[in-house]
Design a protein around this ligand. Sequence first.
Ligand SMILES: Nc1ncnc2c1ncn2[C@@H]1O[C@H](COP(=O)(O)OP(=O)(O)OP(=O)(O)O)[C@@H](O)[C@H]1O
Ligand SMILES: [Mg+2]
Length: 238
Amino acid sequence: MSNILEIKNLSLKIGVQDILHDISVALPEKGIVSVLGANGVGKTSLMRCISGIYHATGGEICLEGQDISQLRSHEIVDRGICQSPEGRQIFSNMSVLENLVIGGGPLGRQELDHVLALFPVLRERLKQQAGSMSGGEQQMLCIGRSLMRKPKVLLLDEPSLGLAPRLVGFICELVTKIREEGYSVLLVEQNVKAALRISDRAYVIEHGKIVIEGDAQELANDPRVAEAYLGGHVHEDS
Ligand SMILES: Nc1ncnc2c1ncn2[C@@H]1O[C@H](COP(=O)(O)OP(=O)(O)OP(=O)(O)O)[C@@H](O)[C@H]1O
Ligand SMILES: [Mg+2]
């Protein structure tokens, strides 16, 4: 399987702080790859490097073999990478439909139908003010908005953040469904068990460096992962 996205030896310095160091991550086409790790280790910063919000100070980010690491964020969106950011960041005062239209750029009826087919809940609420929806619904809107552009690569930064355990499983099923539609997904999650269950591969970051990587199933059975991330704090109900 070829890699649609390849991050090679990426480093990021902000001021004097080394945020990311020698990060290499590969996302196969139509794959789900997870980036795991505790708070503050650099997961969101990595996503921001990929989406052009931060510019890497070393290394490469290759989309279909082309280095995009120095492009601006709007150029990266145009190339086919869309990020569903941490904390959702929907337009609370606008309707669900307006959020989808704005997020999607040049709206195609086809894209809208596609997103609404994936998220029937949104179809029922097109006119509702986005900020008045439940956390889970808002998360679906956030993901749906990213899909409006039919990206080649979807970046999801903690889609289950702040959601009830029951919804964590639901969001994971959705991510699986999105992959089945042909999207490639890079997923940041703190719900390690849930993320590993749906991923092909995973990378664990500590202090801006990859410390463990491998097949998701292997990592789920890796005692180092179990000890650090699965021990008694699995926020999941299955
Ligand atoms: N623009 C910035 N200026 C200074 N420091 C930054 C900046 N962006 C990120 N950092 C620092 O980089 C480190 C990693 O932050 P990041 O948000 O990437 O972590 P994270 O793994 O996503 O954490 P969390 O799980 O809490 O979301 C933190 O120490 C953060 O303060
Ligand atoms: Mg983060």
